[in-house]
Write a protein that binds this ligand. Structure first.
Ligand code: F6R
Length: 235
């Protein structure tokens, strides 16, 4: 695992965008695994600028997102589909039909989990998976647990995750308590993994990548990925 410390969030975003852009340039029809949240906002901004300047072409790129809240439709401004449309998909020349997220509003969530796992598999698994990390070590919405979940599954969000994510909702009661997420096994199948962590994640970066590999800190599994890079900043 490669751990790179950079001096600022701007540098982190630039470097992450460089890695994603080089993946797209080397394989124009690559599969990108993507994340939502605050961490990738600067990276997406960078990618959108490069595309706007004609330096990057997303026309053949396929994407699969890590996760989605249960119970929110794509039109809901709090949904991860909405976030992706606003922050990346609507700002680059990607074919919307090539962008995929789990459907959090599916009536049969078990069937939806199986469908999404098969979809990611049918695309050949991500060439590059972008990740953030929660303060409790979650990646995707794989919360601390007894085991590492293998496949796409639904999950009860941890109290700390609901609290952290409530900053984006009017009231904490509005934050969905369930989500659908790629499993740790799904994430580990990506050929390359890139995790980005801002200054607020100093403690968990230390625990996850310099401590023991344990499902109590789900991100720690990345220590065992053959091609994982962590970019973090302390300021
Ligand atoms: C989002 C996701 C989450 C976030 C994590 C960090 O799709 O899977 O694991 O990456 O909660 O979120 P931020 O970046 O908002 O601190």
């Amino acid at each position: 695992m490669k751990i790179i410390e950079v001096e600022s969030y701007e540098k982190l975003s630039l470097l992450a965008a460089d890695m994603i852009a080089s993946q797209v340039l080397l394989k124009p029809d690559c599969v990108l695994g993507l994340a939502t949240g605050s961490s990738p906002l600067g990276t997406y901004e960078n990618l959108a600028s490069r595309c706007g300047e004609g330096r990057l072409d997303f026309s053949r790129v396929r994407t699969v997102n890590l996760d989605e809240y249960c119970g929110l439709t794509a039109e809901n401004p709090q949904s991860y589909r909405y976030f992706m449309d606003q922050n990346l998909f609507g700002r680059v020349n990607i074919d919307p039909a090539n962008t995929h997220l789990p459907d959090g509003s599916a009536s049969d969530m078990e069937a939806e989990c199986a469908r999404y796992e098969s979809l990611v598999e049918s695309l050949g698994w991500p060439d590059l998976q972008l990740l953030g990390i929660g303060h409790n070590g979650h990646i995707g919405f794989n919360e601390p647990a007894e085991d590492f979940p293998a496949r796409v599954h639904t999950v009860q969000l941890a109290e700390s995750t609901i609290k952290a994510n409530s900053r984006l909702f009017d009231r904490v009661e509005d934050v969905p308590t369930m989500a659908v997420t790629m499993g740790i096994g799904t994430i580990m199948k990506a050929r390359r993994v890139l995790l980005i962590a801002g200054a607020d994640k100093r403690e968990i970066v230390e625990r996850a990548f310099h401590g023991p590999v344990t499902p109590q800190v789900p991100g720690s599994i990345l220590q065992l990925h053959p091609d994982a890079t962590v970019i973090f900043t302390r300021s």
